[in-house]
Ligand binder design. Structure first.
Ligand code: ACO
Length: 330
């Protein structure tokens, strides 16, 4: 029987900055408590990049580990995609900085911008390139330094975020193992719920925009929470249906790590036990584009994913956007 060409993840990498910021430390910065943060979000601590570290630095670290794990030389890469909401600068793309630092001379490079869903969006683009025969080896990175665009005086956002990077090398597979289905979605009408208003062509950076704090993340947490609780179970159901499997057959769910209550609500709605959901939000907070690849990396490293397991990745974020992926590990 002729098997169709698909794609699979051949290697994973991750980088987390050394500096740990605990809830106790935030208690000294804003009017909050360890108890409030723990009960409302599940977060106990997060990592914050060193002053000299930018998104591309973390992306390169994660990428090098993923390439090594995959046994792929950077010079063999056809494409470098970096999913990020906090690029080093507006342009050149962070992916170009990563391409240069890795020595991926043959590769095209571009950023993917879908806020916290960026990595899974990037994975879908990589998969499509490989399946179409346009690329043989694609590096997909999710990296964010949200600490740089967070208002550290705003208790409703600064307790939530952290910095890190995760990476995957995508190569062809024969369809027995690897990526089975995707669902990418967006609701632009919900855009105002989560924005960084200034610094683009609509509202160029000025003294006034800085004075008004418009270079920071602005979020309607309650509405984003409702959206996430609704879309995560829906995105998991859809990606399973597209692959012709039932939700109960999935061995491990790897959701975007924004808030443990969102994950618990998804588990309840799907009628699946929490043990099937990988959670590391307590250690890293919400690391945006890096969240899903870092969680997948750690799940694999901890032996939570075995050869042949069905794994569902699901992300949501500003845009509003969402993206889910079902894959058979191996
Ligand atoms: N410490 C203490 N009190 C706080 C804090 C804090 N850090 N932050 C907010 N509060 C207060 C609020 O002021 C409010 O007080 P009030 O009732 O007197 O007005 C009260 O706590 C409750 O606030 P809510 O916003 O209703 O709290 P909620 O239970 O919704 O939790 C949270 C807030 C954690 C932000 C939640 O809504 C959430 O997780 N939302 C989703 C956020 C998210 O996932 N964003 C990322 C999207 S991905 C991306 O693209 C980056």
């Amino acid at each position: 029987m002729r098997r169709h060409r698909s794609s699979k993840i051949a290697g994973l990498g991750r980088y987390v900055p050394r500096r740990v910021v605990t809830n106790a430390e935030l208690e000294r910065l804003v009017d909050t408590t360890d108890e409030w943060i723990t009960v409302r979000t599940g977060i106990k601590e997060r990592r914050v990049a060193a002053p000299e570290e930018a998104t591309s630095d973390m992306a390169v670290e994660a990428a090098q580990e993923a390439l090594e794990q995959a046994g792929v030389d950077p010079a063999e890469l056809d494409l470098v995609l970096v999913g990020t909401a906090s690029p080093d600068m507006i342009f050149p793309a962070t992916a170009c900085l990563v391409q240069e630092r890795l020595g991926a001379k043959r590769a095209g490079a571009a950023d993917v911008s879908a806020a916290c869903s960026s990595f899974v969006y990037g994975l879908a683009l990589a998969h499509a390139q490989v399946v179409a025969g346009l690329a043989e080896r694609v590096l997909v990175v999710g990296a964010d330094t949200l600490s740089r665009i967070t208002n550290w005086k705003d208790r409703s956002t600064c307790v939530l975020f952290g910095d890190s990077a995760g990476a995957a090398v995508v190569v062809p597979s024969d369809g027995q193992r690897g990526i089975l289905s995707f669902w990418l979605g967006a609701d632009g009408g919900g855009g105002p719920l989560l924005t960084l208003p200034a610094g683009g062509s609509r509202l160029p950076a000025s003294y006034e925009t800085v004075e008004r704090g418009q270079h920071y993340i602005h979020m309607n947490g309650r509405e984003v929470f409702k959206f996430a609780s609704r879309i995560i179970p829906r995105a998991i159901e859809e990606v399973c249906e597209r692959a012709g499997v039932s939700v109960a057959e999935v061995d491990l769910f790897v959701p975007h790590q924004a808030n443990v209550r969102i994950i618990q609500s998804a588990a309840e709605r799907l009628g699946q036990p929490m043990e099937k959901f990988y959670v590391n939000v307590q250690r890293y907070g919400n690391t945006s584009s890096a969240s899903v690849p870092v969680a997948l990396y750690e799940a694999v490293a901890e032996g939570r994913v075995r050869d042949g397991d069905l794994v569902a990745l699901v992300a949501f974020g500003g845009g509003l956007t969402w993206a889910s992926c079902l894959l058979r590990w191996g």
